[in-house]
Write a protein that binds this ligand. Structure first.
Ligand code: GLY
Length: 470
């Protein structure tokens, strides 16, 4: 860092490895000397090491975050919120109005992951072709369970039993039930439906769409969206997509903007759909409420085109970890541009990246219980950076630095390694080498970005297109 770099104070609201990657991208700025103020779920060792000031707020309560900002507002130029909970609870509205510190995340009103039903109505309005068949069962419309049951049966008669049942409210992937995975009869489906309905949430039933998934993310300054390269998330716990859904066991990105089973036109289709949603929400003059990553969209590419599975209003975890390490733009500059409303094109190195998460023994049902030692030692993985340099990144997530100086795994995804290479295979080898050099009782999927997995996706996509042509 040269002596002339401008000093910038940045608040980062942290949950998991995603925030460590954001902190790394900010810290690597060549144009600014960044002082970090981190509001963290726990004492993440990476964040503690990099922060000027670090505070633990286990429930990420908006009021407590705001107190931390208030106490340091003279040093903080702007803030970034990574996790969804504070965004949905209006952290931007509260921090901006009480402290004047500009926040990078959507306002409460535009945290569109707050309601899955509202998302479907929005998509219906501006790009209905991307909606699967769906129906929202509003609690206020039914006097009794038998009334709603009749209505559920009626909808299944229309679209068939192959459906997904989802709570309107966000539940971090939990609560979503899918025909064939979570139920195989209408009675079981309705049990699942009732458990959501009775827990005070409206319920969606959606046609189950078959295809290949991609994750689309874009930065936004309110006036325009600047798309990031596509990534593929691996949601299931075990290799070959077996086991329960998790927060995401890893992800890959190719050395171009689209994934191997898509082509440029598939990517353009995604961009056009997201642009339509942005146009609807931004109006003609733009809309500052959308600042941040308002559209992290899970697409399902089917034989009949792209369908939107869901929209989140924050960066994806792990998906943003595929992108931030290969940004060509200075990330602090990107942040200032998002706030000032003059965002330009985002450029990434033409590199592939693979993220592999190492998780606790009892995560994702790998072991039913684990009561052993939870210490995790990352020094072996850091040593490996001597060999791979910046092509290996190590981002601690759900782990904690304790008084004894050691680091411990908590309950969620512990740590991830990001491999960067000329192609996916090279990136994968580096990512896996990193994971293999972490000492601790952790496990990981071995097939993130594996060529056989990707070839299967390519074949499946070809079959779906052929079938659709008839
Ligand atoms: N990759 C899943 C999520 O960020 O929600």
């Amino acid at each position: 860092m040269d002596g002339e770099s401008e000093k910038v104070g940045v608040l980062v609201i942290s949950y998991g490895s995603r925030a460590a990657a954001v902190i790394d991208a900010l810290s690597r700025s060549e144009d600014y000397k960044v002082c970090l103020y981190v509001a963290d779920k726990q004492r993440n060792p990476f964040n503690v090491k990099h922060a000027e000031k670090h505070v633990v707020i286990p429930d990420l309560d908006v009021g407590k975050i705001c107190e931390f900002v208030e106490a340091n507002k003279n040093e903080i130029d702007f803030g970034i919120c990574c996790p969804e909970k504070p965004i949905i609870e209006g952290v931007r509205d509260v921090v901006e109005s009480k402290t004047g510190v500009a926040m990078i995340c959507p306002t409460k009103r535009y945290a569109i992951e707050g309601s899955k039903a509202s998302q479907r109505y929005l998509i219906e309005k501006c790009c209905a072709e991307a909606n699967p068949e769906f129906k929202v069962f509003h609690r206020t419309e039914y006097a009794s369970v038998s009334e709603v049951k009749g209505s559920v049966w009626g909808f299944l008669d229309e679209i068939g039993n192959e459906v997904a049942v989802k709570p309107d409210k966000p539940t971090a992937g939990k609560g979503v039930g899918v025909w064939g995975d979570h139920f195989t009869s209408r009675e079981q489906l309705f049990d699942h439906f009732s458990s959501i309905f009775e827990s005070d949430s409206d319920v969606l039933i959606e046609e189950k769409v078959e295809g290949e998934e991609s994750s689309f993310q874009a930065f936004c300054d309110g006036k325009r969206i600047s798309a990031l390269p596509d990534t593929r998330d691996y949601k299931r716990a075990f290799d070959s997509d077996m086991g329960p859904n998790t927060g995401g066991m890893g992800s890959y990105k190719d050395n171009k903007d689209w994934l191997p089973f898509l082509d440029k036109s598939g990517r353009e289709e995604e961009e056009k759909l997201v642009q339509k949603i942005f146009n609807e929400l931004s109006g003609n003059g733009g809309n500052e409420g959308l600042r941040g990553v308002p559209f992290y969209v899970a697409f399902m590419h089917t034989g009949e085109g792209a369908k939107i599975l869901e929209i989140n209003s924050r960066p994806g975890d792990p998906e943003i970890l595929n992108v931030l390490p290969v940004l060509k733009n200075d990330f602090v500059d990107v942040c200032f541009r998002m706030i000032e409303g003059n965002l330009s094109r985002i450029e990434c190195e033409e590199k592939a990246t693979v993220v592999t998460y190492a998780v606790p023994m009892d995560y994702g049902g790998y072991r039913r219980i684990y009561g052993g030692d939870k210490r995790v030692d990352l020094s072996g993985a850091y040593m490996l950076q001597k060999k791979y340099g910046d092509n290996l990144r190590i981002y601690p997530g759900s782990m904690e630095l304790r008084e004894d100086g050691a680091t411990y795994a908590l309950s969620s995804r512990t740590v991830c390694t990001v491999g960067i290479g000329e192609n996916i295979e090279e990136a994968r080898e580096i990512s896996l080498a990193g994971v293999r050099n972490i000492d601790g009782a952790l496990w990981n999927r071995g097939d993130i970005g594996a060529s056989y997995y990707i070839e299967r996706s390519i074949k499946r996509m070809e079959e779906l297109r052929t079938k659709a042509k008839g």
